[in-house]
Design a protein. Structure first.
Length: 140
């Protein structure tokens, strides 16, 4: 009788372990398929300061196509452009809207304000849900 109980307990333990492993593996697999892959984009930047009014051009030179709604351009810690719109006191053309691909250029100017200079930090951040990645981090 004790050998029957031992077999039943072993079978129950095996079922519980298999179910636990299955839930763990399926949960991990589902998370991996729900996450978007970080894009790989090449940028070129040009900063021009004429008569105290700086203009910064950011051009896409190659790589993946990115949705404008997932990008944020930050100058010295302040958002200059986000999700297709300029922010704060910055002024930007509408060169990046919808799908941003190679050849597209965003131009940001100071709009008469002294907002950025040579040596300032420029970051382009890609955000998708809870995922955030810096695509570009350089000084201008």
């Amino acid at each position: 009788m004790s050998s029957v109980i031992a077999v039943v307990l072993m079978v129950a333990l095996t079922i519980v372990l298999a179910a636990s492993v299955g839930v763990f593996v399926l949960g991990i697999g589902q998370e991996a398929t729900n996450q978007a892959q970080t894009p790989n984009v090449k940028y070129a930047t040009e900063y021009v300061n004429e008569s105290g009014n700086g203009t910064l051009s950011i051009s896409v030179k190659g790589g993946d196509t990115v949705k404008a709604e997932n990008l944020e351009v930050i100058l010295n810690g302040e958002t200059a452009w986000k999700s297709g719109r300029y922010e704060n006191n910055f002024n930007a053309d509408n060169g990046w809207n919808g799908e941003i691909k190679s050849g597209d250029t965003l131009t940001i100017d100071e709009n008469g304000n002294d907002l950025f200079d040579d040596g300032d930090r420029l970051m382009i951040v890609w955000k998708n849900g809870d995922t955030s990645t810096i695509l570009l981090d350089r000084t201008i």
